[in-house]
Structure formats: C-alpha cells, structure tokens
Design a protein around this ligand. Structure first.
Ligand code: ADP
Ligand code: MG
Length: 366
C-alpha cells in the first residue's frame, strides 16, 4: 500500500506566554512507495513520532492530507486505517500469554471478519512462526527477554495483516547485540510480508542499514529523502552530512580561491566554483596517507580496528579532532609530530558558509 503525505503539518500551541508554538511536522509532502521500508530519521525532538502518529491516526493534523493508496484517510479513525503499530516499550498485556497477546487484535473483529477460536489460534501460530517465537506461546511477557517481547509486539501488529506497519524506535530498549539481530529480523519480516513499513529511529546507522529509503528531518522540516547510500554520498546540506556516518564527517573552515579549495594554506583539491568562504567536509574514509600530501595535521594517536586503523589528528581549521580511517596495511611513522594527507575528491563535500547548503563543484566531484 502506497502512502502519500500532502502538505502535512502538525502544530502544537504554546503552553504559556513564554514558550513558542511548536511546528512538529512542517509541510511534509512525499510518497512512501508500496512494499518498501522507509527509515524516518532525525535527532530527538525533530518530530518523528508526531509524523508517525499522524500516519496512524493517533493525532490529527493541523492541515494537510494523508492517503493510503487512493483513499484519503485523513479523517479516518486509527482502527479503520489498517495499520500495525510497534513502540519502544513493547506495551504487551502482562497478564496475558504470548498467544493471547497476539490474538488480542483479532478478538474485536465484527461481522464478516469475525473469526472462530480455531481460526484465531491458527493465525497467531502462523505469525509467531514468522517472527520465530512459536515455542513461547504459553509464556507470559515477564518470562521473555526484551528481544522476545519485541517480537511478540511485532507479531501482534502483524496478525491482522495491516496495510501499513509503523515502528517507533522499536529497538531502543534492547542491548547492542540484540538490537543488531532484531533489526535484521525486522528487515527479513518486512521483505517476506511485503508490508509498507515506516521505521522511526534517531540512530542513523540503524536507519541506513535496513531502509530502502531514508527520510532525514530536523526541527519538523524534511531535509532529504533518498536511498541511504545516495543521501550519504550526496548530502543536501551540512546538517545531513554531519548526521549520517560514523565516525562523522570531518568539518573544516575553508575557502575557494582561484578554482582551488583551501584549508588554511593547504590547497587540497580543485574546486570549479566562484571564490568564497566555505565549510569543507571530509569523510573519514576520504583521507589518504601521503608523505607529500597537501593537508598538514598534527598527529595524535592511532587506534587499531583490525582491518583498518583510525588516525586521530588535529588541524587548527577543523571543528573537532580529525578522524581518518586508513587501511591497516599503511605504515605510519608514529614518532613523527606531523601526518600529511591527500584527499579523495568524491569523499569531500563543500558547503556554503551562509546557507550551509552543499556546493556542487562540477567535474569529477559531482
Ligand atoms: P521525536 O519523536 O522526533 O523525538 P516528537 O514528534 O515526539 O519528536 O516531538 C516533536 C516536537 O513536538 C518536540 O518539540 C515536542 O516537544 C513537541 N511535542 C510533541 N508532542 C507534543 C504535545 N502533545 N504537545 C506539545 N508539544 C508536543
Ligand atoms: Mg519519538
């Protein structure tokens, strides 16, 4: 089921004279394609949950429309929209067994949709198998691990075969390893069922790893939509560039002068644009150790990461310590005070200092 948001806006009025009105979702217009997994991504407080609540109907928009396929569902009650919801805090019924929790949404079906007990049990088992908790059907939630509880919550959201599955930070309560494992599971389940899914998270790595498309937002405003790799490679502005990637992109004060890009007095590459002050973003993997390289940094320490090494250095024009990721095969003179780099031009993004929008340099650099 394709979902289309049209000029969708949600304002929260100010609570008192001191506070301002909050525009939690500001004029969203975009399409969530049928059968895809979309990652809704941004820092805490940027409006992700509000956007999700508008899609499922728990909150009413201030203005704008929501379509499921060709149906305008803007004024439809949540239970009539055919959405499945999963939250961070599983929200299972503690006194019910796993089976009873999964069956619960089926018990209110009326008229021609009404199911017999046997049919409900059959559906519950089918979904439990899909999320791999079918051996746990008679346990209570308190007898399950966090990961298992979240699977039950996912099973409960899926049992009515929703048109759209909405997940709000579903992995936040899990420890690091379970988080990794469960996100793979969610991807597998989504691909198997083909249900259009919106996955909300503040964790860029999580969103990048499982989403067909990511939607990056900031302060209620949509910044960029695209395939994870495309957004990473072609960020529209400094915010998006800094939000995606670990370690994060390294930002320097720089300047375009006479067709060249400078960090301080170091001319690091060609820049086919007019002269101005800029921010220079260099991805950690964009540095090349080079004894004659143009970029001079003060060597800090080296962190071994197995296949790669992370060289931490300093540059007076950098906004923070400079983190570069270099293949471990490279030999670095640790006794030296200085480390010199050349850069991979396609790993360098340049931003206007006023607007913080990306400047396209043309030629080989896109
Ligand atoms: P996120 O899920 O990205 O952390 P939210 O959607 O929860 O963000 O919140 C977005 C903004 O809207 C925040 O500034 C938050 O304080 C505000 N907000 C959310 N819900 C309400 C509400 N019911 N009343 C007033 N302000 C709200
Ligand atoms: Mg939230």
């Amino acid at each position: 089921m394709k979902v289309y948001l049209e000029n969708l806006t949600k304002k929260f009025p100010s609570r008192d004279k001191k506070s301002k009105e909050v525009i939690a979702v500001n004029d969203f217009t975009f399409e969530i394609p049928d059968g895809k997994l979309i990652g809704l991504l941004g820092p805490s407080g940027c409006g992700k949950s509000t956007a999700l609540n508008l899609i499922c109907g728990l909150q009413k928009p201030t203005s704008g429309k929501i379509y499921f396929g060709d149906d305008d569902v803007t004024d439809l009650a949540p239970e009539k929209r055919g959405v499945g919801l999963v939250f961070q805090n599983y929200a299972l019924y503690p006194h019910l067994t796993v089976r009873q929790n999964i069956i619960f949404p089926l018990e209110n079906l009326k008229g021609k949709d009404k199911l017999s007990k046997a049919q409900m049990n059959e559906k519950a088992l089918e979904i439990a198998k899909l999320v791999q908790i079918d051996q746990l059907m008679d346990r209570k939630p308190s007898e399950l691990s966090g990961g298992q509880q979240q699977r039950v919550a996912i099973a409960r959201a899926l049992v009515k075969m929703p048109r759209v599955l909405l997940l709000d930070e579903p992995l936040s309560n899990l420890d690091a390893r379970l988080r990794l494992q469960t996100r793979e599971e969610i991807k597998r389940i989504q691909q198997k069922t083909g249900i259009t899914t919106v996955f909300v998270t503040h964790d860029q790595e999580e969103a990048m790893s499982i989403s067909d498309m990511i939607v990056v937002m900031k302060d209620g405003v949509l910044q960029q939509i695209g395939k994870p790799q495309d957004v990473y490679d072609d960020p529209i502005n400094l915010f998006v560039a800094k939000f995606l990637g670990t370690p994060p992109i390294n930002v320097f004060d720089g300047e375009v002068r006479g067709g060249k890009l400078y960090v301080g007095n170091d001319c690091i590459m060609d820049a086919d644009t007019y002269d101005r002050k800029v921010y220079v973003g260099i991805r950690p993997e964009g540095f090349v150790l080079d004894a004659n390289g143009p970029l001079h940094c003060k060597l800090g320490r080296v962190e071994v990461m197995g296949r790669d090494i992370s060289v931490v250095s300093e540059n007076e024009h950098a906004h923070a310590v400079v983190r570069s990721i270099i293949s471990a095969e490279n030999k670095l003179d640790l006794a030296s005070d200085e480390v010199r780099f050349s850069v991979k031009p396609f790993k360098v993004d340049v931003f206007d200092k006023e607007t913080e929008m990306r400047i396209h340099l043309g030629g080989a650099n896109g």
